[in-house]
Every structure is written in structure tokens, then in C-alpha cells.
Design a protein around this ligand. Structure first.
Ligand code: ATP
Length: 202
């Protein structure tokens, strides 16, 4: 089996995430893609992220009736910080040793890998699938290899899709009372409205 894992805050999950997951699934013939939201509230870029319960619910609403996708509560159920390397270790422990894991992330995240906890171990546990992201350059694998030797053979660089959506843009639009139609699934849009999410949030 070939399993894709996509980690993130998913605050909220959007069409960009889905398009990236779908393209990786198609390109690599993945049997499943697991969305793994990050755990307990913490500050990301100076902003407190939304409680895990809401972020998980929006993922559930998005993934209903999608047999190729799954949701992992591993990081939201864990106390304290969760590191990708620990989560992937746990996911692999439940799999057949022959199964392969592909960690899917945007080009922006790939460039930050040298800062990740035990990144050298992470890239030995799973291959990295790098999705393009408008506004970010294609990762320079040779310069990354100066910090993470061996990474050039572990990264699969995708050329598509190119979707200019970010969760921060969505939060900003909600805060300003603008439409987010086409950026998140309709049920997520309704959830955001009903729960009053992102009202005062940059
Ligand atoms: P924020 O705007 O709050 O930083 P985000 O839109 O980047 O959020 P995350 O949940 O932080 O969403 O992202 C999870 C993963 O998805 C990251 O690896 C990120 O690079 C990737 N990603 C998010 N949006 C896109 C996109 N439009 N295209 C490609 N990759 C994306």
C-alpha cells in the first residue's frame, strides 16, 4: 500500500489542500490520503489557531463520502507538541513494513524542513511530496541537501496544481465579511458562519 499523509493546521481546510491531495493521489497511485490536523491550540505566526474540535469538524464535513481520504486524530488527541516525525512513526507502526508513506506538503513547507524536529529521521521514514504554491519558488533541493544530506532522493516535486488559496486569506475574507465561495466546501462555509469563526481574527 502507498499512503499519503498531509499535515497542517487546516484552519480551515480549503480547496487548495484538497487539490494538492488529489493530484498527489493520482500521480503516485496512492491508496489513501490521510489528513492529519495539528493538535492543541498554539500560536502560528502570532495568531492563536482555532480549537482542534472546530478544525476537525470542518475536515469531517469536507471528507464525508470520500473513500480515498481519511482523517487522523493522532495529533489532536496527543498532549503537548506533536512532531511530524513522531506521528509518521506511529502511523507506520500500524502498517505493513512493506507499505510506503508519502508526506505531502507545499513548496513553502519543504523549504522549512531543516528547521523541523529530527527532519533527517523524518526524510528516512517517508518520502516528501512537494506541491507547488503560488508565490513560492520551487524548492532548491541542492541547497536543502547542505542541511539535510540525502534529501534530493527523497523529494518528489509536483508541477501541479497551482491554487492560490491559503487559510489566512480565507480567515481575512471572513473577518471582512467577504465571500469565501469556491475556496472551501459549502458545508464548511456554513459551519464557519454558524459558529462565528474568524470574526476577530487576522
Ligand atoms: P495559513 O494560511 O494559515 O498559513 P495554509 O493555507 O498554509 O494556512 P496549512 O494547514 O498550514 O494551510 O497547510 C497545510 C499544508 O498544505 C502545508 O504543507 C502547506 O504548504 C500546504 N498548502 C496549503 N495551501 C496550499 C496551496 N494552495 N497549494 C499548495 N500547498 C498548500
Amino acid at each position: 500500500m502507498k499512503i499519503g499523509v498531509m499535515g497542517g493546521t487546516f484552519d480551515p481546510i480549503h480547496i487548495g489542500h484538497l487539490a494538492v491531495a488529489e493530484e498527489a493521489r493520482r500521480l503516485l497511485s496512492l491508496n489513501k490520503v490521510i489528513f492529519m490536523p495539528a493538535g492543541h491550540p498554539y500560536f502560528k505566526d502570532g495568531t492563536m489557531i482555532t480549537p482542534a474540535e472546530d478544525r476537525v469538524r470542518m475536515l469531517e464535513l469536507t471528507l464525508i463520502g470520500q473513500p480515498d481520504y481519511a482523517l487522523s486524530r493522532l495529533e489532536v488527541e496527543r498532549q503537548g507538541p506533536s512532531y511530524a516525525v513522531d506521528s509518521i512513526t506511529k502511523i507506520k507502526a500500524q502498517m505493513d513494513p512493506m507499505d510506503e508513506v508519502f508526506f505531502i506538503m507545499g513548496w513553502d513547507s519543504v523549504m522549512s524542513l531543516p528547521l523541523w524536529y529530527e527532519a533527517d529521521r523524518l526524510i528516512r521514514l517517508c518520502r516528501i511530496v512537494a506541491a507547488p504554491r503560488p508565490g513560492y519558488p520551487q524548492p532548491d533541493l541542492l541547497s536543502l541537501a547542505l542541511d539535510l544530506p540525502g534529501i534530493t532522493e527523497r523529494v518528489i516535486v509536483m508541477e501541479r496544481p497551482l491554487i492560490d488559496i491559503s487559510a489566512s486569506l480565507i480567515r481575512e475574507k471572513v473577518r471582512r465579511g467577504l465571500s469565501i465561495d469556491g475556496m472551501v466546501l459549502p458545508d464548511v462555509s456554513v459551519y464557519i458562519r454558524e459558529k462565528g469563526l474568524y470574526q476577530g481574527k487576522p
